[in-house]
Every structure is written in C-alpha cells, then in structure tokens.
Ligand binder design. Structure first.
Ligand code: CO
Length: 502
C-alpha cells in the first residue's frame, strides 16, 4: 500500500459523494422551478434517501481508513505517506479531514431530527408569513434554537456558541470578530444614511411603471446573453425567489423573479445570481469530485455575486453600455436621460425588507439579524420577545417600525431552515467584494472604457485566474490577502459607499 492507492480510493469516494450531491442539487432546482406542487412529498423522500447515502459515504470506514493513512486525524499533521503527496493532494486531504471530523461529530439521529424539524418548520413559516401569524411559527423556532444550541455544543466552541454555527458558513470567523467589523460598519453607515436623506429626492416613478411578463423575460435573457456566462453550460429560469445552483462546473442554473412594477429588481437579481454562477463554472473541472473543485466559503461566494450585482452592475460604465439596450425594450425610458436613471437606481431609503434594500442600508439589515441571532443562540433573548426586539432594532437602525411581522422578523426563510450563522456572510461578502473591486481597478486602468463598450469577459478571466480556479486551496482570509494585498476589512466598502454617495 502506498500513498497513491489511498489517495485514489479517497478521490473515488469523494467523486461519488459529489455526484450524489449534484443529483440532490438538480432535484432542488427542479422543486423550485418546474415541479408540480403536489410533487413535494415524493421529492422529500428522494432528497432524504440521497442525504443518507451521502452521509453513509462521508462517514464510512473505508473513507476513514484511507484518510488515516495520509493524515493524523487528531493533529492534522501528515503521516509519512501523506508527506509524499503532491501539493494539490495535500489540500484535498486537509479539507477531507475537516469535513470528516465535522460530519462524524454530529450523531445520525441528531441530523435526522434536525432535518425533519426544519423541513416541517419551513412549511409552517411560509404560512405564518403569509398570514402574519408569528405565534404559529414561534414553537418551531424555539425548537430549532434549542437544537442549534445543542449542535453548537456538539461541534464545540471556545467563547460563544454562535462561533460553532458561524464556522459552518465561514470558517475564518467568530462572533467576536464579526462584532468588531459590524460595529465599524454601523459607525460609518448610520451617519451616511442621515446625510443622504437630507438631500433632495429624485423622481424615480419611471422605475415603478408596470412592465409585462414577456418583456421582462426578454430583458432577462438579453442581459444573460451579454454576461460572460457560457450558454452551453448555464441557463436562466423563473422562481419565486432568485437563486443560483450549480450541479457541476459544466452545468449551472440561475433563476430570477419578475415583479411587474419593479423591473430593475429582475436585472439586479440576474447580475447577482450570475456572479454565483460564474464562480461555480470557473472552478477547475479537472478536480471535480474533490475540494479543489469547491467554493472556499459563503463569504467568497457572496463576494462574487455582489461584485457583479453592485460593483459592476451599479457602475456608470455598465449602464453606459446596457441602458441603450434597455431603452429599446422599455420605450418610456427613452425620455429619461442616463444620468437621471443612474441616480434613480441609487436612491437610498430605509426599508423593511433586506432583499429589496439599497446598497447603503443593506448591511444594516444584516447587522440587525446578527445582533438578534447571537442573543437567541446564547439564550439572552427568548422567542417570545423576538418581535419586540426586532422592532426596537429596526427603530434604532432605520428609524422605522414594520407594520406587521411578515415584514419584520418573519421576512426571511433562513431561521426556519435552521441556518443560524449564515447572515453575517452577506455583509462579509460585500466587504470582500469591495476589496476585490479595488484590486481589479488597480490591475485594469481602462476598466471603465472596456465595460462601457460591453467587454465583460476580461473580468471573468481575471476572477477565474485569481479566485475561481483555486477552489479550496486557500482559506477565505488568505485568498483575500492574495488577491487584494490586504486582510479582510470593512475599509474598502466604507470608502466605496462614501465616495459614491457623498
Ligand atoms: Co447570494
């Protein structure tokens, strides 16, 4: 037995796991797009079967035995055989060990209970949101929080139970580190919002004119075709919430949603999801089935979507290129000059819903969620007091109070799915995107000319080379340092907002 046969066994198992996962992804995509409503119960059965097959493989003796030949499970140090591996293989083994320790820590029964609870809870949440009935969702949320705390205990943490949950989405972060970033962001953004609100508001009623379904879909496909996505490997569909799912670097799907009197939301959704898709299709194909063909973290994933949605999609250069094309589809825009349009899409107004927020107040929504989440998990805030705590924080950060719970603490699906610790990555992704954008500008002095002439491919090439093609080779922190020359920080994002809005 040498290191070759151990690594090959692991690669084969891991490829099998990834293949099952891509089937899972396809089933999820279908459930959100074309599946008839009545298909939900057989679909849950299919997904549960795949989940247990994946769990079996990930925790199998065969996996463990081969892994142990190459790395010491308790210390993470390579064995004598492990030292003989190539550098990409060393990365694989390092990541496989992390994943193995994580999945074997959580008992199978616990995982099953959690998954049953959250699949029921997300159904209850949907109805509760629709009927504005917090009380019907509260007992489920209480159970989810209880189990999430238990999960944190099983996974282990040093300072705050939230650390253990956060680690699942962003391994580089802790509650304390996030708290420092967020207090700096708050300090910069709150006065900026006040200052912007003093300025005269611009007429943006032309953004609220009803645009029919077919025209919006045409605009969607037009934009999709202009982005540097390969139509042979990606597609655009409709769903109730926009998302991006990748089965494989050769097969990635994104969706958009159409709001009749807010056509701009369609455009920004596509730009956002395309950013995710470009990441997934830019992962190195030759490593499919291994961690080298996986995204680093949710922070980096979100940095890619925000890069396209915000930093490119809200740039003047992009609109110099895309506005004339849009005007051809929406005739009433021919009366609105580019400058006016550009200012209108940058209007800042405190709002209740995170997903519809402007780019200045966006992070405040994430901060609100983080401040509440960590208290729920620590047990210093009870579910009963959640609606009041939510409304108090809305008042403190935005100066407004939601008219109902559907627009308040019931607005997002994440808690019903047990995704505690997920939200901070939205803001961290913004911070990283701002740093990446800065680095791009340094590299390409003519970036504005290129984009306004419709050349977006150079951005894809650059991102692919510096981020996508590296898979999980570097941690979030090291990757950001490598691409931008500095550590993850809120500074670039704050500078960007100040420069743009002052
Ligand atoms: Co996203």
């Amino acid at each position: 037995m040498d290191q070759k046969s151990a690594i090959n066994e692991l690669k084969a198992l891991s490829t099998q796991i990834h293949t099952y996962q891509s089937i899972q992804t396809l089933l999820h995509w279908d459930a959100e797009t074309y599946m008839p409503e009545g298909g939900i119960s057989p679909r849950s059965e299919q997904l549960a079967t795949l989940a247990s097959l994946i769990h079996e493989l990930k925790t199998s003796k065969k996996f463990e035995q081969n892994l142990k030949k190459l790395i010491h499970l308790n210390t993470g140090k390579p064995t004598a055989l492990g030292k003989k591996l190539s550098s990409p293989e060393k990365v694989m083994v390092r990541e496989w060990r992390k994943e193995f320790l994580k999945v074997t820590k959580l008992p199978g029964d616990f995982v099953k209970t959690f998954s049953h609870l959250t699949s029921e809870a997300s159904q209850v949440w949907r109805l509760a949101k629709k009927e504005d009935n917090f009380q019907s969702f509260a007992p489920y949320l209480e159970k989810i929080i209880h189990l999430s705390r238990k999960k944190a205990e099983i996974l282990g943490f040093k300072n705050h139970p939230y650390d253990a949950l956060l680690e699942g989405y962003e391994p580089c972060m802790t509650e304390a580190k996030v708290a420092v970033f967020f207090s700096k962001l708050k300090k910069a953004i709150l006065p900026l919002v006040k200052e912007i609100q003093k300025k005269k508001t611009i007429d943006d009623t032309f953004l609220q004119k009803t645009i029919d379904h077919d025209t919006q879909m045409e605009i969607g496909h037009l934009l999709f075709s202009k982005l540097p996505l390969d139509p042979k490997h990606s597609r655009l569909d409709l769903s109730s919430h926009p998302f991006s799912l990748a089965l494989h670097p050769l097969d990635s799907r994104i969706t958009t949603r159409l709001i009749p009197n807010a056509f701009i939301s369609n455009i920004f959704s596509i730009l956002h999801e395309a950013g995710h898709s470009l990441y997934e299709t830019g992962l190195p194909l030759e490593y499919f089935g291994t961690p080298l063909c996986e995204a680093v973290s949710l922070t980096i994933h979100e940095s890619q979507s925000r890069f396209w949605e915000t930093f490119i999609g809200r740039s003047k250069s992009f609109w110099k290129y895309f506005y004339p094309l849009l005007q051809k589809k929406i005739p009433h825009l021919t009366k609105v000059p580019l400058n006016h349009f550009y200012q209108a899409i940058h209007r800042v107004t405190p709002s209740f819903i995170r997903v519809e927020a402007d780019e200045v107040t966006y992070c405040l929504h994430v901060i609100l969620r983080f401040e509440i989440e960590r208290e729920l998990i620590a047990g210093t805030l009870s579910v009963n007091n959640l609606p009041d705590a939510w409304n108090d924080k809305m008042k403190e950060l935005f100066g407004i109070t939601p008219p109902n719970h559907s627009m308040g603490c019931l607005q997002d699906i994440h808690w019903s799915l047990g995704d505690f610790g997920y939200f901070p990555t939205y803001a961290l992704g913004n911070m990283a995107a701002a740093q990446i954008f800065q680095a791009m500008k340094k590299q390409f002095k003519d970036w504005e000319d290129r984009i306004s002439s419709g050349d977006l491919a150079f951005l894809r090439t650059w991102l692919k080379e510096n981020i996508h093609s590296l898979g999980k080779t570097y941690s979030t922190e090291n990757l950001i340092k490598r691409v931008t020359g500095s550590v993850l920080s809120e500074k670039a994002y704050v500078d960007y907002l100040k420069e743009k809005y002052k």
